[in-house]
Design a protein around this ligand. Structure first.
Ligand SMILES: [Zn+2]
Length: 392
């Protein structure tokens, strides 16, 4: 954003940073200028004058906007997979402000010839660069690898603005050897990679076991807990132990296997590898609250502090994916959610209620310093709601 409009959010109850090393920050105020975080801390110490917009947070929690590391968009805010419109807007109401495509695989008639798949990936990247549904930052244009691709294809894709691969294994490239070669070419040209892990997702796809995942060496072990079908437990722990790649846990997978992967990452002292996605739309549908549900599930059943679970869906993903969001830090995108304990939730405060397995209520979302939604139509109602107030 080129303009310098100023947003002040004051009376914040607590700030979640998105960073594992210090997940809760001191302060009651965040200032954004031109869509980026300009300062945060105690309002009395900050320059809050001449704001174009002021939000009175009414004591609720401010956190970075959530990042869904694994989605399958097709075009605009429509998915043919479950014939749904406005699914991205629904996810915004679940606190998601950024999404990463793991391949536009649900496009009817998706091209599988090489020139066609490249053209489609480039077009998909443009669709979402030019049009953000409800303001959500959709990083898309993720080609699905097919046999016969050569190094120059990856250079062409990168030159044209493609930065992601679709899940390796969803196309005709299914052996570790071929996948490894293509992942290397992608990496050479700055394209990030994710691999499908586990049993087939839908008729026509195939099994990708730990040997293929390790040999392919993609940047992200996509849905390590399966999408839907997980690998056997010993293969999941082996994947965590045998490489340093991203450990992606998804809503569309096996929850018990997701907990196993998370615990293994903690045992290895590597919680920074854990990132979250929904893998929606899929056969299991669209989960507008999927990322919040994963945070509550991992925190409660996995017995970890909820402010740590928030990092999985914010700072961890941003760092691994090289996004300028997901953390409360000067210069980062002003992408926030304002959340509070759900009405009548148990626990003494919001974090405790999440630790007991309950969802928070989303009261407002902000993307690039612009308020995108007020009280969520999808979460349980928040106890307190932030309010836009007239600048003094
Ligand atoms: Zn998959």
């Amino acid at each position: 954003m080129a303009d310098s409009s100023k947003l002040v959010i004051r009376n914040i109850g607590q700030i979640l940073s998105g960073k594992l090393e210090a997940p809760i920050l001191d302060g009651d105020c965040v200032v954004a200028v031109g869509g980026r975080i300009a300062d945060f801390g105690d309002a009395k110490d900050l320059d809050t004058d001449r704001a174009d917009m002021i939000v009175d947070a009414k004591g609720v929690t401010l956190a970075p906007g959530l990042i869904d590391s694994h989605v399958h968009p097709v075009i605009g805010d429509y998915t043919p997979r479950q014939q749904q419109i406005n699914w991205i807007d629904s996810c915004l109401h679940g606190g998601v402000t950024s999404m990463i495509s793991a391949g536009e695989v649900h496009a009817p008639g998706r091209p599988k010839d090489i020139v066609g798949l490249k053209a489609f990936a480039i077009a998909s990247q443009r669709f979402y660069e030019n049009f953000r549904p409800s303001g959500v930052k959709m990083h898309a244009g993720a080609p699905v690898l097919e046999q016969g691709m050569v190094e120059s294809d990856f250079k062409d894709l990168a030159d044209a603005g493609v930065t992601l691969l679709g899940e390796v294994g969803l196309g005709s490239v299914k052996t570790g050897e071929t996948a490894a070669q293509m992942v290397k070419w992608a990496r050479k040209y700055g394209i990030q990679s994710t691999i499908h892990t586990g049993g087939p997702s839908i008729p026509g796809s195939g099994l990708i076991d730990k040997d293929v995942v390790l040999e392919a060496d993609a940047d992200i072990i996509g849905h390590i807990n399966g999408g839907h079908t997980a690998l056997p437990d010993d293969q999941i722990t082996c994947l965590c132990e045998s490489c340093l790649r991203g450990i992606e846990i998804v809503h569309n997978g096996n929850e018990r296997a997701g907990l196993l992967a998370m615990r293994t990452a903690f045992e290895l002292g590597q919680p920074e590898r854990i990132i979250l996605g929904t893998d929606s739309p899929a056969g299991s549908g669209v989960q507008p609250l999927g990322i919040l549900r994963m945070i509550a599930m991992l925190s409660s059943l996995g017995d970890i502090p909820p402010e740590i679970a928030f990092c999985f869906a914010t700072g961890n993903t941003a760092r691994m994916r090289d996004l300028d969001t997901g953390m409360i830090e000067v210069g980062k995108s002003a992408d926030f959610i304002l959340i509070d304990m759900a009405q009548h939730a148990p626990g003494k405060d919001m974090l405790e209620s999440i630790h007991q397995g309950n969802l928070p209520g989303v009261g407002m979302t902000v993307i690039d310093g612009v308020v995108r939604s007020a009280r969520s139509r999808n979460t349980p109602p928040a106890t307190r709601l932030p309010q836009i107030v007239e600048p003094d």
